[in-house]
Design a protein around this ligand. Structure first.
Ligand SMILES: CC/C=C\C/C=C\C/C=C\C/C=C\C/C=C\C/C=C\C=C\C(=O)SCCNC(=O)CCNC(=O)[C@H](O)C(C)(C)COP(=O)(O)OP(=O)(O)OC[C@H]1O[C@@H](n2cnc3c(N)ncnc32)[C@H](O)[C@@H]1OP(=O)(O)O
Ligand SMILES: NC(=O)C1=CN([C@@H]2O[C@H](COP(=O)(O)OP(=O)(O)OC[C@H]3O[C@@H](n4cnc5c(N)ncnc54)[C@H](OP(=O)(O)O)[C@@H]3O)[C@@H](O)[C@H]2O)C=CC1
Length: 300
């Protein structure tokens, strides 16, 4: 399907886990000068682009997840593209002791933390009736426990005394009960509630807590796993008010707003950045079940 004519308003992006070859600032390049951001899942997809855009605004970053080899590769690319420091640290957000060690290392190496981005998550299409108890638990543990664990460690070790900004990467899945997504939809709904609870409790310490809820974002693992390529090829995105998928840089710009002084009086807010998708897109159980079972057969 042809891109709408105003698609030229989209910021630069590349579909792979590489940095952009060019970037046009829409905010002052020193908006985050000498700040430090801790980004879970920052070695791939949306998290990697968030790291790049924050670094292009003067920030140093820590990217933390399980796969240290991929993180190390990503950190090299990020530093080469932006000239800022990026520290890759092996962490499993389900294990508080690994987060604690990573936060200690961050404070030792970079001296402060101003921004926490809870982006790590796990997801796949699966109908509730086929979802094992452990599969549901695993997604809740990564998405919800992981967000609480990381927020609590960073708060106790730094934000409690210095303030800071937390941005949780959410999703709109639970708003209408998206088919084949009871695990991720439930996890992200809990995170939206957590965003408000923590905004209330930690506001007096100077901590703002907000969330960004993306729609379908091209060039990501989420898009690939949830049938984004097939949906796009079928023309399904013409039902989205803005008529297209989003890109990773658009998500990074939303995060930059929520993480920076541009939003200094905003807390407890869930900002949907989905081109209007959840309002109008089909939530067709039988079509998605068909897609899911075709994929299962293809994988066998
Ligand atoms: C034709 C199409 C028609 C219409 C389409 C219409 C609409 C769609 C349009 C567009 C969609 C486009 C975009 C999406 C829009 C919104 C997306 C919204 C949210 C996205 C959220 C995301 O989080 S995306 C992030 C994706 N990235 C990842 O998931 C990377 C990390 N993931 C992982 O590490 C693993 O996948 C994991 C989550 C399973 C965790 O790994 P691990 O801890 O190693 O766990 P395991 O031991 O492997 O597994 C634990 C249990 O889970 C079971 N399991 C694993 N995979 C599956 C699966 N695919 N299906 C079912 N069950 C699974 C596993 O078996 C274990 O359970 P047991 O009981 O066996 O122990
Ligand atoms: N893509 C999309 O269209 C949408 C995405 N989202 C949200 O955006 C975020 C990024 O998704 P996307 O870029 O698509 O996917 P990715 O798979 O690229 O990102 C998920 C990241 O989480 C990390 N991760 C997974 N499990 C753990 C764990 N236990 N501990 C630490 N890190 C972990 C992964 O790294 P590693 O394997 O090294 O651990 C990976 O870098 C997620 O929060 C997702 O829910 C929301 C709506 C739509």
């Amino acid at each position: 399907m042809a891109e709408p004519q105003w698609a030229g308003n989209m910021p630069e992006d590349v579909d792979t886990d590489d940095c952009m070859t060019s970037y046009t600032h829409i905010y002052s390049p020193d908006l985050l000068k000498d700040q430090v951001a801790f980004i879970t899942g920052g070695g791939s997809g949306i998290g990697l682009r968030v790291a790049e855009v924050l670094m292009r605004h003067g920030c140093d970053t820590v990217i933390a997840s399980r796969n240290l080899e991929r993180l190390t590769e990503a950190a090299k690319k990020l530093t080469a593209a932006t000239g800022r420091h990026c520290l890759p640290l092996a962490t499993d957000v389900r294990q508080p002791q690994t987060i604690s060690a990573a936060v200690d290392e961050t404070l030792k190496e970079l001296g402060r933390i101003d921004i926490l981005i809870n982006n790590a998550a796990g997801n796949f299409l699966c109908p509730a009736s086929s979802l094992s108890f452990n599969a549901f638990k695993t997604v809740l543990e990564i998405d919800t426990m992981g967000t609480f664990n990381t927020s609590k460690v960073v708060y106790e070790k730094w934000f409690k005394d210095h303030g800071g900004a937390i941005v949780n990467i959410s999703a709109t899945l639970g708003y209408r009960g998206q088919a084949l997504q009871v695990h991720a939809g439930s996890a992200k709904a809990a995170n939206d509630a957590m965003t408000k609870h923590l905004a209330v409790e930690w506001g007096p310490s100077g901590v703002r807590v907000n969330a960004l809820a993306p729609g379908p974002i091209s060039g990501t693992e989420g898009f690939r796993r949830l049938g984004g390529n097939t949906a796009q090829a079928m023309g399904a995105f013409s039902s989205i008010p803005l008529q297209r998928a989003g890109n990773k840089t658009e998500m990074a710009h939303g995060v930059l707003f929520l993480a920076s002084r541009a939003s200094s009086y905003v807390t407890g807010h869930i900002m949907v950045a989905d081109g209007g998708s959840w309002l109008t897109s089909a939530n067709d159980v039988s079509k998605l079940l068909g897609y899911w079972s075709d994929e299962l057969k293809r994988d066998k």
